[in-house]
Write a protein that binds this ligand. Structure first.
Ligand code: P6P
Length: 342
């Protein structure tokens, strides 16, 4: 009987990728599958977040007598739990935790990778039912295997990422991840509870018509950013326009749309946030890696995001990411014509 198995699940896809590299240990594939498992559990809770009145708000006890956790704390615990119980991760850093956590069991201490993540980015949008997401980056540890993961494992340049990805909990739930070999997207099929390959080999269009920025901060932006925004507003069919301003206030949703359709996402420095708002390690670096592998660019306005040498786990950065032609025009405005490195 010919079973029509044209649709690959995330597990099948990672195993198939593993078969292409006979010497691979399978640890990365296992790590990605672990993240997929946690994502499915988070998805269940996110999808019923609107029922918080029935289920109880954070800090209260629900009908089962369990403490209801804030969704982002719940998400953090889900990702941390599967990674700690897995066989591939020596430790994690998370937006929800002040410091990194080195897993101290023997299996974890012998693991090859560490993972940094924002367990639920945009969680402020949950109560208005806007798409939110999880963002993660995976690095090969620098400290010796067999020992506890160390801070140096987490303060690596984004260039060192082995893989990076995100889950967007939206009208459908998607798991998108990149390795150096490409970017692939998987859509959750609730009927079987599996992420299925729906967007193979994602490439960001060289140009797009979406620009994403918070106009409410316009007068706080540096002149080059204001100039670029003015250019976006003045695009016509004769010069690649018209452009549409789309800003959901949930980076995972905004960058995902721009990745698929082409576009640019900007979170510039402001007077209120002179260091930037977005976190370098677990928000900017993963998306910079994904978009660069897909053919786009990502800078802080002066240098490639992936080349920034981190000094603090939770340091922030200005963030510009998207289609390479749009990024080139932005850079023209920011540097008066000089090319940003990378
Ligand atoms: P603002 C959500 O809080 C977030 O971290 C990103 O997901 C989003 O793009 C950004 O902040 C929105 O920030 O200041 O424009 O509301």
């Amino acid at each position: 009987m010919n079973v029509n198995r044209t649709v690959l699940t995330l597990d099948e896809f990672t195993i198939q990728s593993l078969r292409q590299f006979p010497h691979a240990t399978g640890e990365l594939s296992t790590l990605l599958r672990d993240i997929g498992l946690a994502a499915k559990r988070v998805n269940v809770e996110v999808n019923k977040a609107g029922l918080v009145d029935i289920l109880g708000d954070a800090g209260t006890m629900n009908v089962q007598g369990e403490e209801v956790k804030k969704l982002d704390l719940f998400a953090n615990n889900q990702f941390m739990g599967v990674l700690q119980r897995g066989i591939s991760c020596a430790g994690i850093a998370s937006e929800e935790l002040d410091d990194f956590v080195a897993f101290d069991d023997e299996m974890s201490k012998n693991s090859k990778y560490v993972c940094l993540f924002d367990p639920l980015d945009g969680s402020g949008n949950i109560d208005v039912n806007v798409s939110i997401g999880t963002i993660f980056g995976i690095y090969r540890r620098k400290s010796p295997r067999g020992t506890l993961a160390a801070k140096e494992d987490f303060l690596q340049r984004g260039l060192e990422q082995v893989a990076a990805g995100y889950i967007v909990y939206g009208s459908s739930t998607m798991f998108v991840y990149a390795t150096r070999r490409g970017v692939n997207g998987f859509t959750l099929d609730p009927s079987v509870g599996e992420f299925c390959l729906s967007h193979p080999n994602i490439k960001i269009p060289d140009s797009g018509n979406f620009y994403s920025v918070n106009h409410g901060n316009f007068f706080q932006y540096e002149d080059g950013v204001k100039e670029y925004i003015a250019r976006c507003q003045n695009k016509t069919p004769e010069n690649g326009g018209p452009y549409t301003q789309r800003y959901i206030g949930s980076m995972v949703a905004d960058v995902h749309r721009n990745l698929i359709k082409g576009g640019i996402f900007m979170y510039p420095l402001t007077k209120d946030k002179p260091q930037g708002k977005l976190r370098l390690l677990y928000e900017c670096n993963p998306f910079a890696f994904i978009v660069e592998v897909a053919g786009g660019k990502a800078t802080d306005g002066h240098q490639r995001i992936l080349e920034i040498v981190p000094t603090e786990l939770h340091q922030r950065s200005a963030f510009f990411v998207g289609s390479k032609n749009m990024m080139a025009e932005l850079e023209e405005c920011l540097t008066g014509g000089k090319q940003v490195a990378g």
